[in-house]
Design a protein around this ligand. Structure first.
Ligand SMILES: Nc1ncnc2c1ncn2[C@@H]1O[C@H](COP(=O)(O)OP(=O)(O)OP(=O)(O)O)[C@@H](O)[C@H]1O
Length: 552
């Protein structure tokens, strides 16, 4: 029984054939993985199946019946649902409100809706709590709400776009359990992923797309990640470089007691640490970064592991100067840069690969060469004296496109028209081209295929040998462990523990990140460190001082 049959799909964009004669056959009750290099055409194909794009040629059949879609609404009617990589939930609404929003006609808004949600949640093991505000949920829970939302609309065929990119290993296991429940009930799942080990562990079938066309299928039980990668690339993969330590004793970035208030807090004692702490104690303000201190030396990559939303964003923003420090000091090669502008920090050699490439990394509607200038408007090759050097910027954009294998028909297309992974490669190329002395790298290879990931790692390692200091924030724990010389765990705005990248496993690190919250840590050494950090934070109250505390 075939749930989806795509035959001879071709889709052209100006200068690019995104899909060329693609065939995809998804069996009912299976998980089908779609893999391929950045820009291979996976998202385009899924947008066609979900009615967001119209194919130039080819046919779509759902459950044996030929269909044409003009919009996602048509696809939803046919039982197709899509969970996008960027979640689309309203933070200030409850789970129930989010799920019901837009489909009130289906099950109403009252008790019937609630019952349907609870039934679906139970049937597929999603564990969703209807009355919790979405803003209180972590990433994995939000994803479950998105899946539930799609099921609520009657989907029997689910498309998941890189669903594991933001999850820790334990959460990935839970998601895969959910997928198994779905297929046991006869639903079909198509998922796009660059994590080939995961693909092989959960998929029943795999379709490989290379440069816009299907090059074959793979049987998971008979394929290794390397063979799959080689099928994607069409040639043998180079063996990755081994890395030896290059850490020196020369501090590049020194952060002392960096403290940042939550956006909704209004401090009256800015700059004075004791005044600030007084306000915190009185509950007048809340800290999102709480006395964070660390030093990164020339030649060192310091990784920060943590579940999203534990202060990583604020730390990055404070280091690049997008957010003011409310207390504490940041020194860069000896200079106090705490009050420097973002521009000055960049000009002096701080590179920045932002967390959210669409909001902070690119001007989506501008051509690639203008994006080359972004953030480096006063520097060579984009400027000559006080003048912009457009020719210089354009030539250098061509160089980056070549050197970083950014797949694009030209440097004049908009950044929006590049595939996600290629947008990322452009940003990494731009930042590395300025030879930074300190690089803030947030998810530097998010959405990037395995070949390009290895190339970016090699580049960072080569620059590290030359003395680059890197702050690495990543949801990819293999990346954190593989690339870092030192590893810290962040929880609730504090650095609560250190881990040794040479010995820790992704599972242990994942449990350190989530366990810091729940108090369950698998790694004894880490557990001890977290406990000590918590004790230092809240000294045990003796019965004698409790009443005084209450009076205060
Ligand atoms: N709206 C568009 N306009 C112009 N070109 C586009 C558009 N959407 C996609 N493309 C081009 O089509 C090709 C396929 O892109 P697509 O996003 O489907 O790749 P992908 O396999 O999903 O890549 P990634 O793994 O990086 O997400 C790319 O060359 C891309 O630049």
């Amino acid at each position: 029984m075939t749930a989806v049959e795509l035959a001879g799909i071709t889709k052209r964009f100006p200068g690019v054939v995104a899909n060329h004669d693609i065939h995809l056959s998804v069996r009912k009750g299976t998980v089908h993985a779609l893999v391929g290099e950045n820009g291979a055409g996976k998202s385009t194909l899924m947008k066609i199946l979900y009615g967001m794009q119209k194919p130039d040629e080819g046919t779509i059949a759902v459950n044996g019946e030929q269909v044409t879609f003009s919009s996602p609404a048509d696809a939803i009617v046919r039982g197709i649902g899509m969970v996008h990589q960027h979640f689309m939930l309203a933070d200030n609404l409850t789970v129930l409100e989010n799920v019901v929003l837009g489909s009130e006609k289906l099950h109403g808004i009252g008790s019937k809706a609630r019952r349907t949600i609870l039934d679906l949640s139970k049937r597929y093991g999603l564990g969703v709590r209807p009355d919790v505000l979405v803003e209180e949920l972590g990433v994995a829970d939000r994803q479950r709400v998105e899946i539930l939302k799609v099921l609520y609309r009657g989907a029997r065929i689910l498309i998941l776009d890189e669903p594991t990119a933001v999850l820790v290993p334990q959460e990935v296991d839970a998601l895969f359990d959910n997928l198994r429940e779905l297929k046991a009930e006869g639903l079909s799942v198509i998922f796009i992923s660059h994590k080939l080990g995961e693909v092989l562990s959960v998929a029943d079938d795999i379709t490989v797309i290379r440069r816009g066309t299907t090059v074959g299928t793979a049987v998971p039980s008979e394929t290794t990640p390397r063979q799959l990668a080689e099928l994607m690339v069409g040639s043998e993969l180079p063996t990755p470089e081994t890395s030896e330590s290059t850490v020196t004793d020369k501090p590049v970035i020194e952060v002392e007691d960096l403290t940042v208030l939550s956006a909704d807090s209004v401090s009256t004692g800015k700059g004075s640490a004791s005044l600030l702490m007084d306000q915190v104690e009185r509950g007048a303000v809340r800290l999102v970064l709480d006395h964070v201190s660390f030093t990164i030396h020339a030649g060192e990559v310091m990784g920060i592991a943590g579940v999203e939303g534990n202060g990583q964003t604020e730390l990055i923003d404070a280091l690049i100067g997008l957010k003011n420090a409310d207390a504490g000091v940041i020194r860069f090669t000896g200079d106090d840069i705490t009050s420097w502008s973002t521009r000055k920090r960049r000009e002096q050699g701080i590179g920045y690969i932002p967390e959210d490439r669409h909001r902070h990394g690119l001007l989506l509607e501008s051509p690639l060469w203008e994006n080359r200038i972004l953030g480096h408007v006063t520097e060579r090759p984009n400027a000559k004296g006080i003048w912009l050097d457009i020719k210089g910027a354009q030539e250098d954009t061509r160089r980056i496109v070549e050197a970083y294998d950014v797949r694009t028909p030209s440097i004049d297309v908009t950044a929006a028209s590049l595939s996600g992974g290629n947008q990322q490669k452009l940003i990494v190329g731009r930042e590395m081209s300025h030879k930074p002395r300190f690089l803030i790298a947030a998810h530097p290879t998010r959405g990037v295929d395995v070949g390009a990931q290895a190339a970016i790692w090699d580049l960072i390692r080569a620059a590290r040998r030359e003395g680059l200091a890197v702050l690495l924030i990543s949801a990819d724990l293999d990346e954190l462990i593989g690339l870092s010389d030192t590893l810290r765990v962040i929880y609730n705005g504090k650095l609560v523990a250190d881990a040794d990248p040479a010995t820790i496993t992704p599972e242990e690190l994942g449990s350190a990140m989530t366990g810091a919250a729940s108090g369950h840590l698998e790694n004894e050494e880490l557990a001890e460190q977290v406990e000590l950090a918590e004790q230092a934070e809240s000294p045990a109250q003796t019965p004698a001082d409790a009443p005084e505390d209450e009076a205060r």
